[in-house]
Design a protein around this ligand. Structure first.
Ligand code: ZN
Ligand code: ZN
Length: 411
């Protein structure tokens, strides 16, 4: 990877991703293998006037050892200082940048119940921090950089540096970094496009969307009154724009918690907590997932749905045309950050409060009353888009409008 492109990526993460402001602190969450990139991000952060840059390091191999060998009761506990750190920094308005680099098999063979309990404990301890993130009170963003096991999974038959370089190329393409180009400017234009699509959907104010494709998906998704579609950049509490996921190609909103009925099949593998889950089939009644099957990794899927009651309900509806850049690359990334931006998707678990008018200022109880799935310690996206996907929008006065025809926007 050329140093110049790597610098451009660091610049993009800081200036467009979290859009760090002069005098603001930056918290970077990253794996130790990402250190060279994190150093560039740090340089860039100080160049825009960061007050401080704090790095919270993790390591997949150490995490795996802990899951395999630590005492069983440890997975119900967390360390108060970790949650306190994120709570205090987010309360004072720091920006949070995650640099992910995930081996899709990082936790293969780990007891799913340990993962489930750790996820509950971590989610509960960090509740205040996550609430600020979910309501876009603070700027946050996720970017990804390759690691060898990930690259080798994405490009079978290629190994080591060759696979890693191919994955770098694919990531650069997805995040609009080109030699001699200006990625920050390219993103401004891209976000305008997504915002325009969201505006169109908001004007329809659909009561429901009906999904159908040849995989067997037959799902009706009601949308709460006052729901808002969003895409591209968001605004934090201070009115500064940021982009939570890079790449992003989606327009999304929240479903009505108890208004989803039918059956839905996944169209791409999902890497969930370091394990591969394939061939998902969910049955929903009155919004609740009443049956969850998968051809592979079903125990990991079930463990995540059993994190809490809210995980049994959908929290996100997202539209991505089949003919869109990441999808057309034909690359299966085995990483949700990319794969969800190549396909229409849903998420089970907590909804973003900003998906309803005035939602950022509502309590969980008020959000629930407005129809949102407001209470869960998880949020897991899974891909459902196919080249033949049909989505019919039903307006509040009963009119039917084709929203997606053959996998692409029809409006
Ligand atoms: Zn999404
Ligand atoms: Zn999501």
């Amino acid at each position: 990877m050329k140093e110049e492109l790597l610098r451009e990526y660091a610049r993009l993460g800081v200036r467009t991703g979290v859009n760090l402001q002069k005098g603001q602190k930056l918290v970077i969450r990253a794996g130790v293998d990402s250190a060279p990139f994190v150093r560039l991000v740090t340089e860039e952060a100080y160049a825009v006037g960061a007050r401080d840059v704090l790095v919270y390091w993790t390591d997949q191999k150490i995490a795996r050892e802990r899951y395999l060998h630590a005492d069983n009761d440890l997975f119900d506990e967390t360390y108060p200082w970790q949650a306190l750190m994120f709570d205090l920094l987010s309360a004072e308005g720091a920006a949070f940048l995650s640099v992910t680099s995930s081996d899709p098999a990082a936790l293969a063979g780990v007891d799913p119940d340990r993962i489930r309990r750790a996820s509950i404990a971590y989610g509960q301890a960090n509740e205040k921090f996550y609430a600020r993130m979910m309501a876009s009170r603070i700027p946050w963003s996720i970017v990804a950089i390759p690691c060898k096991p990930w690259a080798e999974k994405v490009f079978p038959g290629k190994t080591g540096d060759e696979a890693t370089e191919l994955l770098w190329d694919a990531i650069c393409e997805a995040v609009r970094i080109r030699e001699g180009g200006d990625a920050v400017a390219a993103w401004a234009a891209h976000c305008n496009h997504l915002t325009g699509q969201a505006r169109k959907l908001n004007e329809y104010a659909f009561a429901a969307l009906r999904y159908e494709n040849a995989l067997g998906t037959r799902l009706t998704v009601e949308l709460p009154e006052g729901h808002l579609w969003a895409g591209g950049s968001e605004k934090d509490e201070r009115g500064t724009t940021f982009i939570a996921n890079m790449p992003t190609e989606e327009i999304f909103t929240a479903p009505k918690r108890d208004g989803v009925n039918g059956i839905v099949y996944s169209s791409k593998p999902l890497v969930l907590n370091g394990n591969l889950v394939e061939g998902i089939c969910l049955t929903l009644e009155g919004g609740r997932i009443v049956d969850a099957k998968a051809e592979k990794g079903e125990e990991y899927l079930r463990a995540e749905i059993n994190v809490d009651e809210g995980a049994h309900y959908l929290g996100e509806v997202a539209l991505v045309p089949y003919h869109s850049p990441i999808s057309e690359s034909g690359i299966l990334f085995y990483d949700t950050l990319f794969d969800e931006n190549a396909s229409c998707h849903f998420a089970f678990g907590e909804a973003y409060p900003t998906c309803i008018e005035g939602g950022a200022d509502l309590s969980k109880e008020e959000l629930l009353a407005r129809g949102l799935n407001a209470e869960s310690n998880t949020h897991v996206d899974f891909m459902v888009g196919t080249p033949d996907l049909s989505i019919i929008g039903v307006t509040r006065d009963g009119r039917e409008v084709p929203v997606f025809v053959n996998g692409d926007f029809a409006i």
